[in-house]
Design a binder for this molecule. Structure first.
Ligand code: AMP
Ligand code: ZN
Ligand code: FE
Ligand code: FE
Length: 281
C-alpha cells in the first residue's frame, strides 16, 4: 500500500508524526508520503519513528497561487531538506500566513464574530504551519460552529466573504525549486472544484514543460469524471498518476490509504528524483 499525501500536527493534521507513522505501520502501509503544508518540520520525528518494513517519502505540500489567482497545491517529494532555496520558499509561505489570518479575523470581527488571533494561536499546535483549520478549531472552541467541516462548507470556504489569500509562489516557481532541490513534484487534487477556482486542462502542458512529474488523480475531492479527465491529461503529457488519502487525522473525514498509488507509478516517480532519498530502516 502506497499513500503519498498525508498531514500531521506540524500543519493542519491532528496526529503527531509519530502517531501517523504508527497508524501507517499498523495498517500495513509500505510507503508513506509525509506532506505537511509548507514545512518539513515533521521529517525528523517521522524518520525516527519508522521501523519494520515501512518506507517514507518525505515531502511537503506547497501552497501556490497562479498568476490568475487560482490556488494550487504542489506536492514536493524526495527533495533535499537542507536546500536553501526550498527552505526559503517554505518559510516565505509560512510567514505570509500570519498577516493573512489577521485579515480574515479582522473581517470576521467587523461582521460581529467574537474571535481573535489569540483564540487561533491557542488552537494551533506549537510550530504548526498556520491555516484556516486552526481558525475553524478556534471557532469550534468558542461554540460559534460545530466542526472544521461546517467551517469549510460556509464561512471559511474560498468563496466566502471572509476569504483572503496569502503570498505564495506560482506553481511554476514551486516546480522549478523542487526540481533544483533534487525532488519530484506532483500537483495535488487539481480538479477539486469544491475548494474554489481550479486549473484548466490547458494549464497542464506548461507545468509539464517546467518539469512537473505527476498528477494526483485518485483523491476524494475529485469525482469519476474529473479523475478520467486527469488520467487522460497525465497520459498525454507522460506524467505519473498518483492516488492518495490527504489524511488529516481527525481534522477531516479522509481515511489513511483510502486512495493509493500503484507500485509501477511510484517506481517511475521515484526514478525522477536526482538521488535515492526514500527513508527505510
Ligand atoms: P489554508 O491552508 O489555510 O488555505 O486552509 C486550507 C486547508 O483546509 C487545506 O489544507 C484543507 O486540507 C483544509 N480543509 C479544506 N476543506 C476542509 C474540510 N471540509 N474539513 C477540514 N479541513 C478542510
Ligand atoms: Zn490541510
Ligand atoms: Fe491540498
Ligand atoms: Fe493535503
Amino acid at each position: 500500500m502506497i499513500d503519498l499525501h498525508t498531514h500531521t500536527n506540524k500543519s493542519d493534521g491532528t496526529d503527531t508524526p509519530r502517531e501517523l507513522i504508527n497508524k501507517a505501520i499498523s495498517m500495513g502501509i509500505s510507503l508513506l508520503g509525509l506532506t505537511d503544508h509548507d514545512t518539513t518540520a515533521g521529517w525528523m520525528e517521522a524518520a525516527q519513528s519508522a521501523r519494520g518494513s515501512i518506507s517514507l517519502a518525505l515531502g511537503s505540500e506547497i501552497s501556490c497561487l497562479s498568476d490568475d489567482g487560482t490556488s494550487v497545491h504542489m506536492l514536493g517529494l524526495l527533495f533535499d531538506g537542507n536546500d536553501k532555496e526550498m527552505q526559503e520558499m517554505l518559510e516565505a509561505v509560512r510567514d505570509g500566513r500570519v498577516p493573512r489570518m489577521q485579515k480574515i479575523i479582522a473581517k470576521m470581527q467587523a461582521a460581529g464574530f467574537d474571535i481573535s488571533m489569540e483564540d487561533v494561536e491557542a488552537a494551533r499546535p506549537p510550530g504548526a504551519t498556520l491555516g484556516r483549520p486552526h481558525l475553524a478549531d478556534a471557532l469550534v472552541n468558542k461554540k460559534i460552529i460545530k466542526s472544521r467541516d461546517e467551517a469549510f462548507q460556509g464561512m471559511l470556504n474560498n468563496n466566502s466573504q471572509f476569504y483572503v489569500s496569502h503570498a505564495a509562489p506560482t506553481p511554476l516557481d514551486a516546480i522549478r525549486i523542487i526540481k533544483k532541490a533534487g525532488g519530484v513534484s506532483v500537483i495535488a487534487h487539481p480538479f477539486a472544484s469544491l475548494r474554489g477556482k481550479i486549473l484548466k486542462a490547458a494549464d497542464f502542458a506548461e507545468l509539464a514543460k517546467a518539469g512537473l512529474n505527476g498528477v494526483e488523480v485518485d483523491h476524494r475531492d475529485q469525482n469519476p469524471d474529473e479523475r478520467g479527465m486527469l488520467r487522460n491529461i497525465a497520459t498525454e503529457l507522460g506524467l505519473v498518476v498518483t492516488g492518495a488519502s490527504d489524511y488529516h487525522g481527525s481534522g477531516k473525514l479522509n481515511a489513511l490509504a483510502e486512495f493509493q498509488t500503484s507500485p509501477d507509478q511510484w517506481e517511475k516517480l521515484e526514478s525522477q528524483a536526482n538521488q535515492r532519498r526514500v527513508v527505510s530502516t
